[in-house]
Structure formats: structure tokens, C-alpha cells
Ligand binder design. Sequence first.
Ligand code: M6R
Length: 609
Amino acid sequence: MCGIVGAVAQRDVVDILVEGLRRLEYRGYDSAGVAVVNNGELKRLRRLGKVKELADAVDASPTPGGTGIAHTRWATHGEPSERNAHPHVSNDQLAVVHNGIIENHTALKKELEAAGYRFDSQTDTEVIAHLVHKIRQESDDLLSAVQQAVKKLDGAYGTVIMDTNDSDRLVVARSGSPLVIGLGIGENFIASDQLALLPVTRRFVFLEEGDVAEITRTSVRVFDKDGNPVEREEHESTISYDAGDKGQYRHFMLKEIHEQPHAVTNTLEGRLGKDSVLDETFGNGAAELLKKVKHVQIVACGTSYHSAMVARYWMESLANVSCNVEIASEFRYRKSVVQPNSLLVTISQSGETADTLAALRLAKDLGYLGSLTICNVAGSSLVRESDLAFMTRAGAEIGVASTKAFTTQLVGLAMLVLSLGKHNGLSAEQQADMVQALKSLPAKLEESLSLAERIEELAEEFADKHHSLFLGRGDQYPIAMEGALKLKEISYIHAEAYAAGELKHGPLALIDAQMPIIVVAPNNELLEKLKSNVEEVRARGGILYVFADVEANFESDENMRVIDVPHCHPWLAPILYTLPLQLLSYYVAIIKGTDVDQPRNLAKSVTVE
Ligand code: M6R
């Protein structure tokens, strides 16, 4: 999704801005632009396509200046084009970048056109530029013009405004789209994600909903939604500087798949006692709150929704706590009945997904005991707005396809199940056994990565395929769904997942030699049932790829490839079986020649509805 970078410094800032955009490329975008003020003159460069195109344009046309803003755009209003790329400019004086959607842009545009403003783009963003410009004619300073203008905006925005008549400052406003101020020495920065600014600072101030801030080289002033000056806490970032580098790997996704044993180790660190999960794991006051929980409602999107689905199986079978799971975009628009003593859990890698955040905000008035977020980004909106937060510690995830965020979410959920279970009849022996299983998980994950070579070979067989089916039963059904999502999003092969018992109710009609069927088959109590489903496919000439426990007794033959997955505690098999499916989608995408880390039409952080 769109990315913002801005800077006010004594030195020329264009390289800092372009590097910042490069670090935001993972979010997904279709065009990029930059504007810099130099001696009161505005210079703007925009390009359709990659940041590289913009960087080449900057090289070809030197762009000096100490104050500047830059943007990567992911089209919502108006096609991807240079004309629609940000920054948008009003009267060669004001330049604006914006993330989010201005919902009342049509009405505002009419008013502004009536006042003589001419629109050059099809975007909703351009209304911000002209609106601020119009108010600025009668206003003493840029800050107060922006404060007045945002009162007229409906919708979501993270926006940065630059004025050639007052070029020593940037004014920024946040409502619904995140912004973070980066504090330097004699220079300050703004971005939609701290990752963009790591080369220049580690000190950050996260803006809150409704904040407007004025940033100069030497000062930062923040005002809340009512215009009152406020202090926002400064945070020191712990994200490693090279989190944005691929290292020895060809793609971020492959690097992140291989980082999973380490990421899971980090997620577990300091949170497990000898035989139980430590009370402090979910934050201050969590132990008291979790004791009262009798029902869990989980809300999430995409891959995070799949981890929620696995958790539902675990919650009900192990923690004896009833559990509902819902996609955030549905939950937020329907009336739901809150069960007594319910905990609301949101799950999100980014912590900024618009639908999940809206669901949390909605739930605040519905009578939940409290809210817990399982999230990978410290300081994100979900973390700040939830009562409790469990940080997954996966490290920055750059590939659009979520990998290590998913497995670490599952680890967090497994710990939540243990914490709830201890108040709801999960025996001390079971807890001890499950804690041991969690401790041995990183080594099992490492072992499963050694399947990479075999999976790479098998991926060749998908080169000419257009459709595929993924099958699983019980807590492996969501893993089949996750496998299908991975394959479709990065290889563009149509993939559907079914609970294997549903095959005979329709999808069996699809089976033929052109339809690869991927099966996840750990050695659990549903194995024999699953084997019957596999036979249903074999009898109809389907080609099977079975990811099976080494002890499950499947044998490879002409129509069935068996991939032996290391044996593990059945409880944690959903986590282990995820890795080979990630590898399969990765190698198929390589064969298909797609853009693995930035698949078409997708964004890493979906901050609009
Ligand atoms: O940041 P979130 O976990 O809230 O994002 C939710 C989805 O957009 C995300 O999981 C998406 O489905 C992934 N790209 C899938 O790999």
C-alpha cells in the first residue's frame, strides 16, 4: 500500500527520500514521486513503475534542497499513471503526499472547482492540496491552514504538506493511516513506516489518531485532534538496520522462510517456564483478565485469519474455551452477539490493517472483557489501541506473502491456549508436555527446511498448471487454506482449499490429471479418514502431492508424490507443515517467473478498506 517519506534538513534530502521509498517497496505500489523545495522553488519528479525509475530520473536531473516529500502510490482513485502519482501540487506552491482515502472528495472537488481550482489528476488526494492552498490564502501559517483543512476531510489519511512560501517546515496529519516522526540531530523526518527511516535515525515518535504535527529541522510540535499541544512519547527502535536487506537469499520471501526457526526461538524467549507459560507473557494485568475468559472472539484478515482458524481448533479442544473466528471486513459491518466473559483477539502482522483496526474500535463499545492483539510491529495502531499485546518478534517481514509472521502468530496463539487452558481444566501434565513440544519446535522447523531441494524439483511439475486443490482435515484445514493462499498470491495459479471430507460434496468433479492435489497429512487421529479421501482422488486419476508424517505409511507411485515431513508433536503439526507449503509456492513462483516479493495488485500493509 502507499508509502510516505519526508525530511527537513540542512543537507540535500533527495537521496534520503528515495532510499526511504526503496525500503517501503515491499508494501506494494504502482508509481513513485518526490518533490523538493530549493530557494523557494518546487521541483517535482514522478514515474510510473518502480522506485528505480524514479531514482534514475533523480540521477538524470539533480534535485537539491533540504525539505522534501516522497511517495509510493497504490492506486485507489484513478489508474496507475505518472499524472496520478504523488506528490500533488496546488499553484506551484503546495505539495502533498497522502495515504488513505478521502471519502468526501467528490463534494470537495466541486466546491474547489467552483472557487477556480483546476484538477490535474483523477485522485482523491489532489483535493487536499487545493483545499489547504485555499485556506492558506487567509491563514497566517501552514500549520493552522492544515488544522482547518483536516476538519473538512472525511475518510482516512496520513498526509504531509510542504509549502514553498514556508519551506523550513513540513506539516503532517494522521487519521486512519499511520505516520511516524523520525528524530535526528539538526534534522527531522516523517514516514508511514519506521523502516523507511532506519538509515537516518532510530528515535521515533508515533502520531496518534487525529494528531497534526509541525516538523522543522530543530523542533517537532504535536497537536491533538482538538488542537491542544501534546507530548507523544519517544521510542528507540530495535529493528535491525539491515532488516531491509536480502542477504544471501534471492528474495525476501525465501530469507523469511528460512528465518522461521530463529523467529520462533525469539517469540518463545523468556515466555516459557519449566512447565507452563509465564503469567507476564501477555502483559501487565493479563493474568487477572485471562482467568475470567470463557469465550474468545478472534478477528483478522488473510494469512492472519488462517492462524486464527487454527487457534479455534486448539482453544476448544485444549483450553475448553469456546471460540469464534471472523474475517475483519465482515465482523465490522454486522451486528454480532457478544458472549459473556469474552476476550476480543485481533491478529495482524502489520498492526495497521484497516479492517482489523476498525473491528477493534467497534468492539470497544460491545462489552468485551478486554482486547488482546497478536502483532509483529511494536508501536503499531493495534498494539497501541489494545488492552494487551503479544509481540510476535518475527522481525521485519518484507515479502508481501506472509511467512514468518504466520508461524510466530501460531506460536503466540499456542501460548494463549496454554494460558487459558490452565484456568479451564488443562492438566499440569498436558501443559508440561505442550511446553516441551514448543521448546523443541525451532529444531523441527530447521529439519523441515531441508526439504527445500526435493520441493524445488517437484515444483517443476506445476509449470503448466492453472488450477490446484489443497486438502487437510481438522487443524490442518486452515493450513491447506494458507498453502492455497500462498500459491495463488505469488504464482498466480488458481488454488482452492477444502476440508478433505467435503471433497465428495462437489470438488471431486474437478479431479483429473491436470489438477494437482496437495494434501497435508500429519500422523494424527484423522489420518485414516484422510487416507480415504486420498483414495477418492486416486480412483479418479488425480495427481497427488502428499506432505506426510514419516510414520504415516504413504508410498510414492506414478500418481502420488510423497514428501516425508519430520515427525512432531501432533499439536504443533500445523506450524511444521506450513513451511513445506511455503517452499512449494516459492519454487513454483520462481518457475512461473513472477515478482515473488511484490506480487501484482497486492500490498503488504492494507491500510485502506
Ligand atoms: O498485516 P496483517 O496480518 O493484518 O495483514 C493481513 C493480510 O493482508 C495479510 O495476511 C495477507 O493476506 C498476506 N499478504 C498473505 O500472505
